[in-house]
Unconditional design. Sequence first.
Length: 432
Amino acid sequence: MTILINLWGSLSYVGAVWIAALLVGFRLPRRRFFVALNIVLCLALCLVSDVLLQTGRKYVESGYLGTFLSTLNCFMVFVVVCVCMRTVVYRCDWWQALFCTTAGYCMEHISQRASLFVELPFGELPFGWGVAVLVAVRVIIYSVIYFFFIRKLDLTGSVREGKMQIVISMIAILLTVFLNAFASVAISKYGADELDVYIWMFSLMAGVLVLFVEFYQFSYGNAVAEREFLQMLRSQEDEQFRREKSAVDVLNVKCHDLKHQLAMLEQRYGREELGDIRRAVDAYDSFFHTGNQALDAVLTLKKLICEDKRIELTCLVDGGSLSFMSDSDVYSLFGNILDNAVEAVEKLDDKRRVISVTVRRQNNFVVLHEENYCAGPLNFSDGLPETTKDDKLYHGFGLFSVRMLAEKYGGTCSVGAENGVFTVDMLFPVEG
């Protein structure tokens, strides 16, 4: 029984840290033989940890020396788990591995302290009941943390923006473990065992605080990175809008002049002889006159792209109803919506290469509706479809930008996909 208790002491600690670190990094790309490597490495670390713990127990009478060895074991486990996460378990950089290990270490520490509070009213429980309580508390706490925090994490990007917070979190949790261990020895030495509860409470709150700082910092860092990337995209879109609008204006002028010249030539040579030239000129004339120049420009360009890809684009648009929106925002809004639609339908057969856009004024609202066919079911996250491209860091911002534009003008944006049809619906309030 003593050997079993000793092995459980190492396994419950090392295994809990290991599993928590795996949970935090579960979306990272995995290396080959993932399951087998995790089992072998975790068991090996348990054995090394057990040696240190048993050595520490031999010096338990000296108090501080035994505590030092136990604390050294904690630090050793932290370092080994971090190295394993980086080199043999996940394909990640050192900062991602450090983030996973620090968060996992906090999760283990929180669950262990929480189990002590659960046991407190019952006194010292038998070994089997103590194991059951610890396992149950850890399952509950890990599940809660996973559902509310880890599930939404995407560590495939970089966490380097928050590297200072990660280092501070690591130092804070290790110092907490170190100070708690020596404080417990001092309390036992001077017969103040009732103070243990306050030590547990302090370390529990420290773990919760460090975990919160880590997850909050990562979410905040991601939000800042997304905002900066969107600002860069908007700047590029503004420049692209100016260039393409100028190109459309020149195209319209040239087509207008050619039409006058064709009219004169048709009087001399006849309309039928010049029919092919007339149709070619009409194909490059402005397709749309919606009452909004920016909208005319973007729809004309997207229409040309659609014709080249054999996509049918139909528009019933009241451009004048969008007068409350800046030209660059109109260009960005419809450019992103139509780019997303073109990308979806160009993969389909000819019969389903159809895109439809309507914009109309309805009472004190402007209603925008776009729909197109799509291939297969889509995965949605936070109300928007997830990008299907491998490089998720630099793709998937089109519809996110569309939703931000809706919010900018006090409107709403909803996206859906049902029965093979993808839809975008937007509602903007306007003055009567």
